[in-house]
Design a protein around this ligand. Sequence first.
Ligand SMILES: NC(=O)c1ccc[n+]([C@@H]2O[C@H](COP(=O)([O-])OP(=O)(O)OC[C@H]3O[C@@H](n4cnc5c(N)ncnc54)[C@H](OP(=O)(O)O)[C@@H]3O)[C@@H](O)[C@H]2O)c1
Length: 275
Amino acid sequence: MSETTIAFIGGGNMARSLIGGLIADGHPPAALRVAEPDTDRREQMISDFGIQGFEDNATAARGADAVILAVKPHTMADVARDLGNQLRDAGSVVISIAAGVRTTDIADWLGGDVPVIRAMPNTPALVQTGATALFAMPMATADQRDLAETTMRAVGLVVWLPDEQQMDAVTALSGSGPAYFFMTMEVMQAAAERLGLTEETARLLTLETALGAARMALESAEDPATLRRRVTSPGGTTAAALEQLEHADLAAVYQRTLDAAAARAAELGDELGAQ
Ligand SMILES: NC(=O)c1ccc[n+]([C@@H]2O[C@H](COP(=O)([O-])OP(=O)(O)OC[C@H]3O[C@@H](n4cnc5c(N)ncnc54)[C@H](OP(=O)(O)O)[C@@H]3O)[C@@H](O)[C@H]2O)c1
């Protein structure tokens, strides 16, 4: 990546992952800045990554090509209101990674006329295996979109959405999705322990099976339904197992699961926008 200057506002977990990913991708540390009010956390990032650190948001953002708002959603309105004039004058692109906060609300808080790109990453971004959806306001240029995409790709897969409303579905799928898989792992491990395996053996086999299945599905040209059929011999153990899952109507359970998450995402968006 070129010497594009990127300023992170908020130096928490997600900023740390993105900065680590960008440096691993070859972005020069001297062209990365972080504004973080917590002195220990700020000093730690400066010493870990060799980036520039600031206590003050405006100083960190001054003249940056991209400003990544990486504060908690409820802090976003105050942070954006404080930076609005400066970002408009500098022509910076603003990338928000805050869950639930809509681009139109951020643009309003900034005072308008600032291109805002919204990213919805997920927790596995912390281990560089994230899945991020991006949406850009129409006024964002192709270069600004490229910059947002390159930044988020540093922590995993990136997809673009044509319509911001789809962010609620993304939140329900990849945003909250890691928790669905964690819960599945929890209950599979517990069931295996009840079958007589030790906790450690059940845990290791559960996690490696989840990883292996995901990797096979990603690397295969076949869809998951085909892969499932291929490992299900008639009258075999997998067929006996899947019969139970079908009986429990897993499809309906997951439809209700994602519907509930998407509805809550829409409500949170309304609440955050009313700040
Ligand atoms: N973690 C994830 O997996 C994940 C996934 C999707 C989206 N996100 C989004 O990413 C954003 C950051 O999440 P995170 O997990 O990195 O949170 P976090 O660890 O709490 O990081 C936020 C950082 O911002 C600092 N901060 C607070 N007020 C500030 C201000 N006025 N100006 C500048 N910095 C300020 C906080 O410092 P103090 O602690 O001292 O207040 C903290 O270091 C959130 O909006 C979240 O919705 C995170």
